[in-house]
Ligand binder design. Structure first.
Ligand code: A3P
Length: 332
């Protein structure tokens, strides 16, 4: 992989939060999940204001380079894992030495994956905008909401999706933790799992409707297969080595014949990342809100929804997905 080009961080001087507030305030709004701020409808997707502000700012200011690579996903579908794998693949052979003298500025041992690869939507507010030269960015934005320059520059995109039942359960636990973190341990104000479920099924969830998020990237990946790599969390679990190989090829830094992939897989495994000191003690700060890094590592298994949703609920989401995805050619 070529390390000499990079997209520029969004200049802080260009930020105009007032005008963004104004634009957001004109959008259709609904209450959203109890205990959280309301959701705003932008280009047919629901957003919490913190995400939307960053999305609009990126729309207006982000200049993608053709060499950039975007890791895109809906919330709680394996973003952290994809970031860690991508970062490890892209920087192998270029890791910082103990005195930090090499060309990359972070390693997974000392920085959580979210600090190694910045989110487009949070870039301008991040206190730790990376100084490294690796052109990897992440985004939760739906395909149609990506900045025009990302599409126009024809840069590569990797999209990861996940069984909606597990994604919903993961999101509910994550947001509940987030709400609890804001106000001691009081989670009473947060939507019950049943309430959250009903809203998710209606499409009213962060970056929802969930199925539209998937369809946007799925159809784009069919139109531009050489530029958009589409993967599923479940496939990644089933054969991580295979996908590590595919990711490396897609990034343009394939593994050589004798080069082993097992190390990458192990380094980025759920247990390895969860047990790192930086995960246990780290905090992810976004727009003044603090999320403990450990919150990104809950269980990391396929099918955990069965422990939290009834069979009927599972069936209900499956039927909705089938209906909504019909005609797109995508199936879980
Ligand atoms: P669970 O809540 O089901 O455990 P995201 O990174 O998009 O926020 O997604 C978070 C989900 O990915 C969580 O799912 C989390 O446990 C899981 N996850 C995080 N790191 C992982 C890894 N290295 N391997 C497998 N799953 C991982």
């Amino acid at each position: 992989m070529e390390f000499s080009t990079t997209s520029k961080p969004i200049p802080a001087s260009g930020i105009s939060p007032e005008s963004l507030h104004e634009e957001i305030s004109q959008l259709p709004k609904e209450k959203g999940w109890r205990g959280l701020q309301g959701l705003f409808l932008y280009k047919n997707f629901w957003f919490y204001p913190a995400f939307l502000k960053g999305a609009l700012h990126a729309r207006d200011h982000f200049q993608a380079q053709p060499t950039d690579i975007f890791l895109c996903s809906s919330m709680k579908t394996g973003t952290t894992w994809l970031k860690s794998l991508s970062f490890t693949i892209a920087t192998r052979g270029h890791r910082p030495s103990d005195d930090g003298s090499d060309m990359t500025t972070a390693s997974l041992r000392t920085a959580v994956p979210h600090d190694c690869i910045p989110f487009l939507e949070f870039h301008e507010y991040s206190t730790a905008v990376r100084g490294s030269e690796i052109p990897l960015f992440a985004s939760h934005l739906p395909y149609t909401c990506l900045p025009k320059s990302v599409i126009d520059s024809d840069c590569k995109i990797v999209y990861i999706c996940r069984d909606p039942k597990d994604a919903f359960v993961s999101m509910w636990f994550f947001l509940r933790k987030f709400v609890a973190g804001k106000n001691s341990t009081d989670v009473e104000s947060f939507a019950s799992i049943d309430e959250g479920f009903e809203l998710f099924c209606k499409g009213s969830s962060s970056h929802g409707p969930y199925w539209e998020h998937i369809v946007g990237y799925w159809e784009a990946s069919i139109r531009r297969p050489e530029k958009i790599l589409f993967l599923k969390y479940e496939d990644l679990v089933e054969d991580t080595q295979l996908w590590v190989k595919k990711l490396a090829e897609f990034f343009g830094c394939p593994f050589s014949a004798g080069e082993e992939r097992e190390g990458v897989v192990k380094e980025c495994s759920f247990e390895s990342l969860r047990d790192l000191e930086v995960t246990k003690s780290g905090k992810d700060e976004k727009r003044g809100r603090v999320i403990e890094s450990s919150a990104y590592f809950r269980k990391g298994v396929v099918g955990d929804w069965r422990n939290h949703l009834s069979d009927e609920m599972g069936k209900k989401i499956d039927v909705i997905m089938e209906e909504k995805l019909m005609g797109s050619g995508f199936t879980f």
